[in-house]
Design a protein around this ligand. Structure first.
Ligand code: RIB
Ligand code: CA
Length: 313
């Protein structure tokens, strides 16, 4: 086989075949933004699409922010706008954490591109019906409204999907960040969270009990290291993180845990559980049973987490 042909074979056939095909379902949001930058920069991922959902900020702002981040590093991954409100509840925002624009009031230019026509639900349906079973993974790090409505339309899709989620709390001693028992993503849309977590899809979930590990937070040691890196992704991350660093002195990269549980599962200790989500009395609270199909991330090797964070930007 001539050298040229083997090079073509590698770049046209083998590398794409080795890449993990993913969809990012996000509500950017500062930690979603860092997750998106890391995913865009990772050669092992083929990002088929980014879908946005109402959460930290409105759907319009989340969609604009996804486009801003992608363009800021010169990429053109397609973005599809998803749900503008939860399945049943009223929207809840997190402006005090992420700033009015949702990206830490950065001066990142507004996007020149628009979101794709058709919206998130029909695009997800199209992708799942045109790819092999389990070929696509979804990284779901906002309220689960888009995926919940997909499974409402066709519950049978769940068995073909791997979903890496940031949401919930899996240590009953841990207090929520929205109410005593609830984490933000599951609080905003508990109905969608319950549908997804009990759907039978192959799920790996990182909850607030692990994502608030102080050894994995961006603080006075990690922030300067990110800002001193010369890559475009690190420079955009530095800009976005400077807002919470000024305001809080540290920042938890909740959504990066979901990405790393896909890319680097070996740095996590996981337990298998059944998970349902309370939609009534304690809105967003996780109801955990000993047996089930959800892999819950309980421990993380924070040295490796921080190494992958820096090397990934
Ligand atoms: O509770 C943390 C989660 O809520 C993160 O996904 C953050 O971006 C917000 O959406
Ligand atoms: Ca998020």
């Amino acid at each position: 086989m001539s050298p040229n042909f083997s090079v073509i074979l590698i770049y046209v056939v083998l590398i794409p075949a080795m890449c993990m095909k993913v969809v990012l379902d996000i509500d950017p949001g500062i930690d979603d933004a860092i997750e998106l930058l890391l995913a865009l920069n990772n050669p092992d991922l083929e990002i088929l699409a980014v879908t946005t959902v109402s959460g930290n900020v409105s759907l319009r702002k989340a969609t604009t922010n996804a486009l801003r981040i992608i363009e800021a590093i010169g990429r053109s991954v397609p973005v599809y706008a998803g749900a503008a409100k939860p399945l049943r509840k009223n929207p809840v925002r997190a402006r005090s954490i992420h700033g009015n624009d949702g990206l830490g009031e950065t001066d990142l230019p507004l996007p020149t591109r628009k979101p794709e026509k058709g919206g998130a639900a029909s695009m997800l349906l199209h992708l799942l019906t045109t790819h092999r079973k389990k070929e696509i993974s979804i990284l779901a790090t906002g309220p689960l409204t888009n995926i919940g409505s997909l499974f409402n339309k066709d519950p049978s899709l769940a068995k073909d999907l791997s979903i890496f989620v940031m949401g919930g709390i899996y240590d009953q001693a841990m207090r929520g960040n929205v109410s005593k028992y609830a984490e933000f993503n599951f609080y905003v849309d508990p109905d969608a969270a319950d549908i997804v977590m009990s759907s039978g899809a192959s799920i790996v979930v990182s909850g607030l009990d692990i994502t608030t590990d102080p050894n994995c937070a961006v603080g006075s040691e990690m922030f300067p290291k990110i800002c001193s890196s010369k890559t475009a992704t690190a420079q955009v991350a530095c800009k976005i993180l400077s807002y919470p660093m000024r305001k809080f002195g540290h920042f938890h990269l909740h959504d990066v845990f979901a990405l790393f549980s896909l890319l680097h599962p070996e740095i996590f200790g996981m337990e298998r559980h059944g998970v349902r989500v309370d939609t009534k009395k304690s809105r967003g609270r996780c109801l955990i049973t000993p047996e089930g199909n959800v892999q819950v991330c309980k421990k993380v090797n924070h040295r490796m987490f921080n190494r992958y964070l820096l090397s990934g930007l």
